[in-house]
Structure formats: structure tokens, C-alpha cells
Design a protein around this ligand. Sequence first.
Ligand SMILES: C[S@@+](CC[C@H](N)C(=O)[O-])C[C@H]1O[C@@H](n2cnc3c(N)ncnc32)[C@H](O)[C@@H]1O
Length: 202
Amino acid sequence: MELINYVKDLNTNEELFPAIHKYAMEKRVPIIDSDALNVVKQYIAIKGAKNILEIGTAIGYSALHFASAAEGVHVTTIEKDEASHEIANQNIGASEYSENIKTILADAKEAELGDAQFDFLFIDASKGNNQLFFDKYKEHLTEGALIIVDNIFVRGLIADDNVENKNKRKLRDKVRAFNQAMKDSEYTTSFLNVGDGLLVIY
Ligand SMILES: C[S@@+](CC[C@H](N)C(=O)[O-])C[C@H]1O[C@@H](n2cnc3c(N)ncnc32)[C@H](O)[C@@H]1O
């Protein structure tokens, strides 16, 4: 057995929302990897986060998991795709967490959240906009909030120096620039080789 698979198995818990997970796999909805999800949920529990902001709802899979991570967790989640937003609403409405999750249909590049404050930010939308999302939503974070960014390896693209496709190269360079900017910033960072790569910013 490969070491990476051994660790992945250890980091993966029993699925709490099997029907939603199955739907995502069948319809190729990009959701967080199971091992990365487990790590994010542990951070939520350790941090004692109560108000989570998620950028990128898709069909509500990660939002439901976050709401289930600990007692009294509230999740606000933003999605720009109307069809995904609708499915998320159905999934959340049918769950025991419907009171804990607020879905917003909006482009997160422009969404207005008023004076809402969050102690945990999960960035999981268009990867080339990580810096924009970070800059925009850090204004909504409480002192000592934790930020986690998913897919910082962009499914291997990040380490490929020979990308021929221009758009992919542009995306790789944007994500590389964001990762480096976070490393060089005043924040403490951890780059975790779990799932498709998690960046933890404190
Ligand atoms: C990787 S999926 C989110 C998966 C979800 N967090 C999960 O793990 O279950 C990314 C989602 O972000 C949405 N998205 C992309 N750009 C966005 C934007 N600018 N504003 C809001 N949502 C966006 C996409 O439509 C897609 O549904």
C-alpha cells in the first residue's frame, strides 16, 4: 500500500451524508476530498468556531459537514450558480441543520454581507480568485479567526512547470502567487498535503 493512501484512509471518516456524496460523485460535482474534510472539521472543533463563512457552496455538502462538526455551529455559504444553490437548499432543508446554514445566491466577488462577522473562513470557489476572496472577506473576520483554503495544489497543476495550455498556466501562476503571498505575509501559514492541498492561515 502506498503511504499516501494509508494516510488518506486514516484521515477519512464514515460518510455522514452518503446520498449527497453519492450524487456529487455521480454528477461530478467538485466537493472537498474526504480526508481534507476531516481535517477542516477538526480545525473547526479545535478552534471552537461558531460562525463560519464559506465561499463556494456547490450542493451544500461541505456546509452540512461543517454544521455537524460541533454543537452550535452556524454556516453562511455563498454560491453563484443558481442550479447548485437550489440543490444546496433542498439538501440543507431536508437535513437536521436547516436552522444552522444560511445560503446566499451571489457572486462572492461582489456579495455584500453588511456587518456580519465570522471566526472561520473557508475559501473553496474559483481558485484564481483566492487572493480577491481573501482580501474581501478578511474584513469580516474576528480577531484570531482561522482561514482555510482548499485545492491549493489545483489537482497537481501547481507543481507542473511545463503547462502548455495558456489558461491553465495562468491559473497555476495565480494560485502560486497567492500561496507565496500568504507565506510571505504577516499571518502564520501551514500548507498541508491532504486532499488536494489545504492552506491554513492564522
Ligand atoms: C469546489 S466547489 C465547492 C464545493 C463545496 N465547498 C463542497 O466541498 O461541498 C466550488 C463552487 O464555487 C462556485 N463558485 C465559483 N466561483 C464563484 C464565485 N465567484 N462566487 C460564488 N461561487 C462561486 C462554483 O459554482 C462551485 O459550485
